[in-house]
Design a protein around this ligand. Sequence first.
Ligand code: NAP
Length: 508
Amino acid sequence: MKTTNIKPKPTVFTIFGGTGDLAARKLIPALYNLYLDGYMPAKFTIVGLGRTDYDNQKFREILLDGINKFSRSGKADAAKWKVFSSCIQYLQSDAKKDKTYQDLEAIIKEKDQEWGEESNIIHYLSVAPQFFPIISKGVATINIENKEQRNRIVIEKPFGHDLDSAKELNKLLQSLFDETQIYRIDHYLGKETVQNMMAFRFANALFEPIWNRNYIEHVQISVTEDIGVEDRGGYYDGSGALKDMVQNHILQVLCLVAMEPPVSFNADEVRNRRVDVLRAIRKFGHEEVKHNTVRGQYASGWVAGEEVLGYREEKGVDPNSNTETFAALKFFIDNWRWQNVPFYVRTGKRMHQKASVISIQFKDVPHPIFPIEASESWQQNRLIISIQPEMSIRLQVQAKRPGLDMILNPVDMVFNYDGTYPAESPEAYETLLLDVMEGDQTLFMRADQIEAAWELLMPVVENWESRKSINFPNYAADSWGPEIAEALIAKDGFHWFTMPVKNKKDKK
Ligand code: NAP
């Protein structure tokens, strides 16, 4: 989160997995947009690594193609790309071979000499998780001056596949680097609306006095996707909704909603308060897993007039798969602020709508003074924070409908990013990559945060993995998930909030 105008030091940015999907789709477009907006260091070089047989020219062409397809700023400007791409080089290499790290050392030393000063070195591990250990060890062997101050390592998700593997990876990384050098990325935290949660809560005097169990009845966090697993079936079948979405993105968002005010905007102060939330969440025992969690898997069906496959028919997926594509859970946070306030979270694929929304429902007025006829469409106050695709905050209040009768209906006070700010918001990866270059860890996960999130979910993971679901698939494509997910919240007298779908017919 940029809070100063100081340009980062000269930077060597290495991307392991430079030939992969994430590099072309997100990383290079993000670095290019940072360059366009004047945020890249005055001196930088990007080194892409992979085994594929490219030369610099071919590698740059592939990346240009990625920018033209995926960059928020549209097709690359020829003159700007020429300068930017001259700072990109390709190192054909195998991550398993020592030579890779020797070649990288030579490039870094050459740049130090050319620039006449020591650079920061960022190693981005955009590769499958089985390569995290070997590459971490490899880059730690690179022999340069002052490497503790200069080296940073960025680890993509998934960070472990359970508590033990996350602990093991943390142990390895911490044996090679200082915690201040390790950036565990969760791109959700870089989203503009997610960052705004902190501004909204801690830069306004209005909300803090009512942000607690005395005024808030329940909280919902819903992250739904309308697509299926697409070509990620092989990966997804070994993961599932709980590990892919809840363990990281959703729990991080929950922490931002529930955290205590930090004493300052210092990275560790903010991260301490987020960890406090994870530690205060009530543990899941056998009974809680039974009553407070729901899993689902999508069946075949129709979406926008097109027939779609069920999860078990998708490429790379076991035809008898027990992997959940939907998860809903009820959490309680055992502290003074949140005692007995339920936090419902849900996430799923192939659902009716793509939307990430937080809904905070306030308690009802203590005593209704209006007659029943006046308040037929009564709705308790609700604060709706829409993360994507709409980026907005709505406060739902009751108002008198114009006319001679006293009839009440809910209306929205809306702050919408579109229309309030002229400039397009940066992509999450732009924010996060700039943070890495500036050495700001506020939006990255510390070792204890990752482990606390895994620890919390392990009883659910173990229960779901050891007990095969008897009713999968249990929700239709283009639906709101399994019926039991409705029951999870309905038994407490609530219902899932959904954003109005604007362009249903445009849905693909
Ligand atoms: P991908 O397209 O499969 O790319 C994998 C990369 O690893 C390729 O560049 C491949 O290069 C390289 N690689 C494989 N074996 C190698 C070896 N022995 N030595 C050197 N390089 C090797 O994967 P991805 O989608 O980019 O994902 C990368 C990471 O980001 C994963 O951890 C994924 O979970 C995470 N992630 C991805 C996305 C996304 O949108 N794609 C989103 C969130 C997180 P060569 O074949 O040229 O060797």
